[in-house]
Design a protein around this ligand. Structure first.
Ligand SMILES: [Zn+2]
Length: 270
């Protein structure tokens, strides 16, 4: 198993490339797939996606998660429903990242002073600033993920960008993202700025796909799927939340409006 030691932190590369971080008697985002948690007393979770708490159910420790995402940690199918307009999304169509066993949450992350709100990827996502490391979960993605997938999962691009700027202002020497490599301050700063740039670029791309005469929402999703080379049902289902996030932000900025046309939702420029 890949294991990295940085000062008092041990980082395991878990399933789906998740960085599981051991520090003293605490673990953050446990998803190694086997037991490396001897002596662990507290499990900290950054957000309600099962790839970030896959092992929590078998660790005999106190479980801590963001208050408003505790329901998804306790029952991951709530997140599946969110992906499918609150109807029950059959498991066959759920991305493997979101499948996993729930665990009871004992305390809320917000009760801990080193918890930093970093919403955007999900609505109540948090990071943990522990000693000189920022355990950032999915509030920042490795640059190679952007290159590979084109667009990544988040539900509010403006909150995502605000959180990225907040991360730049925090005092850390190491940035430990939810997936991929661990960065020092210099590299981490570059990666954060690149994330901001990518989200802004996607925002412009989506806006450019909305003509004055309007585009059907399903057609817009199809065009983005084409651009991002998404070719399966599971991936299209997880492509819709970030697109909805951009539509919501463009609307709130007064740039686009929606109307009904022959039963379709059509988005058009103001
Ligand atoms: Zn996530």
């Amino acid at each position: 198993m890949i294991q990295l030691k940085i000062e008092k932190f041990t980082i395991f590369k878990g399933r789906f490339g998740v960085n599981t971080v051991l520090w003293k008697d605490a673990v953050f985002d446990p998803n190694v797939g086997r037991n490396v948690y001897d002596g662990v007393k507290e499990v900290f979770i950054t957000h309600g996606h099962a790839d970030h708490f896959g092992d929590a159910h078998f660790i005999r420790a106190k479980v801590i998660a963001p208050k408003l995402e505790s329901n998804m940690v306790e029952d991951p199918t709530i997140n599946w429903r969110g992906l499918f307009n609150w109807a029950f999304l059959p498991e066959d169509f759920v991305t493997p990242y979101f499948r996993g066993k729930g665990v009871r949450v004992d305390d809320y992350a917000e009760n801990y002073p080193f918890c930093i709100p970093l919403p955007g990827h999900t609505y109540a996502h948090v990071g943990y600033l522990v000693e000189n490391a920022l355990i950032a979960g999915d509030s920042v993605y490795p640059v190679e993920y952007w290159r590979e997938f084109g667009i990544l999962y988040y539900t509010d691009p403006e909150m995502m960008i605000e959180s990225l700027y907040r991360m730049l202002k925090l005092d850390w020497d190491y940035l430990i993202p939810g997936h991929g490599e661990v960065f020092d301050r210099r590299e981490g700063t570059k990666v954060i700025r690149e994330n901001i740039r990518m989200i802004e670029e996607i925002d412009r791309t989506i806006f450019s796909l909305i003509p004055e005469e309007g585009i059907r929402e399903d057609k817009l999703v199809a065009e983005m799927a084409e651009l991002m080379k998404v070719r399966n049902v599971k991936s299209i289902i997880v492509l819709r939340p970030p697109i909805s996030g951009h539509l919501s932000c463009l609307y709130r900025r007064g740039l686009i409006k929606a109307e009904e046309r022959e039963g379709y939702v059509v988005w058009r420029r103001f």
